[in-house]
Design a binder for this molecule. Sequence first.
Ligand SMILES: Nc1ncnc2c1ncn2[C@@H]1O[C@H](COP(=O)(O)OP(=O)(O)OP(=O)(O)O)[C@@H](O)[C@H]1O
Ligand SMILES: [Mg+2]
Length: 478
Amino acid sequence: MRLKHRLSLSLTLVAASVLGVSFVTAYLVVAREETRHLDESIRAEAKATAFVLSKSAGPPRVEDARVEDPERPKRVPRHVVVYAANGDVLASTSKLSPPPPLSALGDLEPGDEDGSTQTLTISGRTLRAVVMPLARDRTEILLYAVSQGTVDEDLAYLERVFALLFLGATTLTGVLARWLGTRLASDVDAIASVARSVAEGQLTARVGGTLRGSSETASLGRDLDHMIAELERLITIQRTFVSHAAHELRSPLATLRGELQLALRRPRSAEEYKGSIEEALAETEALITLAQDLLVLARAQRAPTAASTESRLDEVLSDAVRLARGPAEARGVELSTPATPDARVRGPRADLARLFRNLLDNAVAHSPPGARVELSATMVGQRVSVAVVDAGAGVAAEDADEVFAAFYRGAKDRSSDATGAGLGLPIAREIARAHGGDVWLDRAWSRGGARFVVELPMASETPPDSSRAAAAPDDAAG
Ligand SMILES: Nc1ncnc2c1ncn2[C@@H]1O[C@H](COP(=O)(O)OP(=O)(O)OP(=O)(O)O)[C@@H](O)[C@H]1O
Ligand SMILES: [Mg+2]
């Protein structure tokens, strides 16, 4: 059954049951109260009549009379019959003819001074009657009755009112429930249709502000839109990454092929072949480095390493400095070895060393010969902060937002002969974040050169539940 039908049916059934039970209960309470009121009134009248009859001498005599209706401001005829113990009618008012036989009134309990009340139907009229012994000699029996019409009228009126209310309220509930069901169902349909479109690859599909069924479905729609937008963003990043990677791989491969084709075009001396093979080898080395960088990046993005893996900070930094020393010496740049606090940080030594090595490589590559690259480490609460400062030209303002994006290289670097794929900083950031830390460019640094800061949690700190640390201050890059 469809949601809107099920919803309207169940709401209508619930409303009908609640109303039905309430109206039946109210009806029964009113009927009992009115009958009790009528009974009290006729019992009092019957007692008064019995008292008068018991005082009068001779055979009992009763006359037609009208009494006050207990429910309405009007007078109604009363009916009185006096029976002998054997059932003979000794006296009767004229309007009750023929009087009901005593046997039809049921047995009177001995000593029941108040008598018993009952409903009688005589000649099509419904009467409420009390049957009680006459006080005079206890053998004669008095029947006192008045019309029950006003109680019946009241109850019939109540029945009509309740029936109308029941029908009206149930119909209204049904209509409202259907309207609500339709709105909710249309929201669910809209959400399902967007989910189907996304499953078919249409990442531009959005629910938008069309949901009006309930605040919950509207909020679900917003969450879904947010999720699709995020999915679209990630897929775009992924596609860009793959196309950059393919491009980066294709250029050295094309160069390699060109060199090999050139070498084979005509017979050459052993020396020339050696030169060609060395050039091809250099290209192959560059390709292997690129492939390794891509692998490291993919691995760091995949999942954080176990929180239990930890390393000594001084060992990590001395490894990084050792690895960067070759290029530094080739360029005539001096690397400072920092006084490192005695701390353990989260993450494997090799990965963390790679993080710092990438920063040092950049610092060396952008420093003028003879300059010095400063590496300093400090403790900030339960975290260590390591800064890498060089004496180069610094990161250009137009590059600052992008330097952490995969394959991004600054304008100067793109136009120079310097090799590089633009993967050093994204790898550094992924490694830092995978271990609960982060790395950012210090944009407030004004003393010349570039300053990159790495922050890592100390091994004793409880690992964050997210694999990604909060965004670094003052950094909007990739
Ligand atoms: N210390 C620095 N001084 C000036 N610019 C820098 C510095 N470090 C990074 N950059 C800029 O950031 C860009 C991205 O750096 P990244 O390390 O990601 O790539 P790369 O060094 O160009 O190549 P790769 O690291 O893959 O060999 C660089 O091209 C450069 O423009
Ligand atoms: Mg680099």
